[in-house]
Design a protein around this ligand. Structure first.
Ligand code: PLP
Length: 396
């Protein structure tokens, strides 16, 4: 068990939670005040230490307080924080060059935004303008964001229902069903939008046949293939893009989450041809590509390269997956994943087990009602995995 410096919630922590509750928007009811992080560990206001296997939902790719990332952001903050995209910036240019060098060759152009939903919104606009078509094909259980445009692509009925009718026409197909995909695509389809590994929907890797068919069908029908790698990208699965496991070249790829290692950022990567379709002034955002976010993104990419984190993720991902597959419990329905994007699906609700792990000093998050999702920092080591698996054995 991790060291519990304190086990009681102190008056100071309770006071913070009460103050938070007075002014937050009411969507969540936090019961913990996080105050510090280092590596794979977090500390709350009571001095309790947690092993962070949630990483801000696949965001803290380098863990917490990574020295290269901290120094890059601090140095950039002292030098220049603001530079709109109609002016160039040295750090942004270096970041763009590094990013393009790490992805498949056809992705030569980048629109920088501030979140996953924003990157996907940009992809929707580019898809429409590049094809002159209006419809989209997406997958059941898929998640693309919560803005009105991206919510049209997000399948989960409870996220959609309060806001219907949603603005974009989307045809949903069961994930990994190539026959349904063939039936859904047509002359009005601007793009097929897919996650190579569905994240929020429960960590479901695509089959090779599904992604390859999506590629060939979209070409055949004059539509584009957009891969949402907001969660699966930036090394999370052991390749820089999860789609590289499948050797599928998309027309557009979106990234966010782990790309900034904690700094808000989003990126839409696209081919020359797609990028050229947008009229001048057809899209934009004030903060996109800001020097601070660019400095963070550059530091993350440099660290992934310098520490060979893709190989590390492949090894540790296999180690973690095997350890979970070796668990013997009647409560487990399935174990699946790719790299360090892993699901333990239970035959019952996951929430009580997630709470029990937290009581033991392990932070994880669900992905749907019955899935415990593990998306630890990419720098995680075997001993951390052993510790989490040990706790799991006990709580199960
Ligand atoms: C695959 C995928 N796309 C898009 C999003 C939306 O990203 P953001 O929350 O940064 O808007 C998420 C967030 O979980 C995601 O997992």
């Amino acid at each position: 068990m991790t060291t519990d410096i304190a086990t009681e919630t102190t008056a100071e922590a309770r006071e913070f939670l009460a103050r938070d509750e007075r002014h937050n928007c009411g969507l969540w009811q936090p019961d913990t005040v996080l105050v510090r992080g280092e590596g794979v560990y977090l500390w709350d206001a009571d001095g309790r230490r947690y092993l962070d296997f949630m990483a801000g939902i696949a965001v803290a790719s380098l863990g917490h307080a990574n020295p290269r990332l901290v120094e890059a952001v601090a140095e950039q903050a002292e030098r220049l924080m603001v530079c709109p995209q109609n002016l160039a910036n040295d750090t942004r240019t270096e970041f763009l060059e590094k990013l393009v060098a790490m992805v498949p060759d056809q992705l030569q152009r980048v629109f920088l935004a501030n979140s996953g939903a924003e990157a996907n919104e940009a992809a929707l606009k580019w898809a429409r303008v590049a094809t002159g078509r209006r419809r989209f094909v997406a997958a059941k259980r898929g998640f693309s964001g919560r803005t009105l445009g991206t919510l049209s692509l997000t399948w989960e009925p409870k996220y959609r229902a309060p806001f219907e009718p949603l603005p974009l026409p989307v045809d949903f197909v069961p994930f990994n069903d190539v026959t349904a995909l063939g039936r859904a695509i047509g002359p009005e389809t601007a793009a097929i939008f897919l996650e190579p590994v569905q994240g929020e929907g429960g960590i479901h890797p695509a089959t090779s046949e599904f992604l390859t068919t999506a590629r060939s069908l979209s070409r055949q029908h004059g539509a584009l293939l957009v891969l949402d790698e907001v969660q699966s990208g930036c090394g999370r699965t052991g390749r820089f893009l999860a789609s590289e496991h499948y050797s599928v070249d998309a027309d557009m790829v979106t990234l966010a989450k782990g790309l900034g290692g904690g700094m808000p950022i989003g990126a839409l990567l696209m081919t020359e041809e797609v990028a050229a379709a947008m009229p001048k002034g057809g899209h934009g955002t004030t903060f996109g590509g800001n020097p601070l976010a660019s400095a963070a993104g550059l530091a993350v990419l440099e660290e992934i390269e310098a520490r060979d984190l893709l190989e590390h993720v492949r090894q540790l991902g296999e180690y973690f997956l095997s350890a979970l597959q070796a668990l013997r419990s009647r409560k487990i329905r399935a174990v699946r994943g790719l790299g360090l994007m892993i699901a333990l699906e239970l035959k019952e609700k996951a929430a009580p087990y997630i709470a029990a792990l937290k009581d033991r000093g392990v932070l994880v998050i669900n992905a749907g009602a019955t899935v415990i999702r593990f998306v630890p920092p990419l720098i995680v080591e075997k001993e951390h995995i052993d510790e989490v698996v040990g706790h799991l054995v006990e709580v199960l």
